[in-house]
Design a protein. Structure first.
Length: 188
């Protein structure tokens, strides 16, 4: 069995060499993962279009069976391989675990464990935000960033957070106002 890879950058996770697009909803604090990307891993299909067709057939079958899993999927615009964003079926971990049970695959159990690990890490980060900072530092190091670059990035984020907190305390609440002020900062 080859070693599992768990690399996460921006809204992309890598599972055993397969790219899995994801989105974290800040309001609900829920991860959403691309269903087609998960299917691609389950059926061990390097061709994205073949995985997409498999998902479409599976979706039809599940709808006929009355499965709620399909209706619990949403669509979000995710970045595709061609660099453009397209509406993509996404699901939260609970729905994905139900969908995974519908696909006969030896990869089902490792994906379940991986999804559980992602959820557990997020819960740890919510309880102790320092863990999120440590994880970010590790990822930047894996991507070859220098300690100086990492320190500047983290200090820049801290400064930005203090500034936006100050704005909130002074009743600047509209997204447009935040955008204008942020643009001014970047120009400086």
């Amino acid at each position: 069995m080859r070693k599992k890879e768990y690399v996460m950058e921006n809204n992309l996770a890598i599972f055993e060499g397969y790219k899995i697009r994801r989105h974290f909803d800040e309001k609900t604090e829920i991860w959403f993962f691309s269903v087609v990307d998960i299917i691609q891993v389950l059926i061990q299909q390097p061709d994205f279009q073949a995985a997409r067709k498999y998902w479409n057939k599976l979706k039809e079958r599940l709808k006929k069976e009355g499965s709620e899993s399909v209706s619990n999927c949403h669509q979000l615009k995710l970045l595709a391989a061609d660099g453009k964003k397209y509406l993509t079926d996404v699901a939260n971990v609970e729905t994905l675990l139900r969908l995974i049970q519908s696909v006969p695959s030896p990869k089902a159990e490792p994906i379940k464990l991986w999804l559980a690990k992602v959820g557990y890490e997020r819960m740890q980060e919510m309880a102790d935000p320092a863990k999120a900072l440590d994880r970010a530092r590790e990822n930047w190091q894996k991507h070859g960033r220098s300690e100086k670059w990492i320190q500047q990035r983290m200090m820049g984020q801290e400064t930005r957070n203090k500034l936006t907190d100050y704005w909130k305390d002074h009743e600047i609440t509209k997204d447009e106002e935040f955008a204008i002020l942020t643009n001014i900062i970047h120009q400086e």
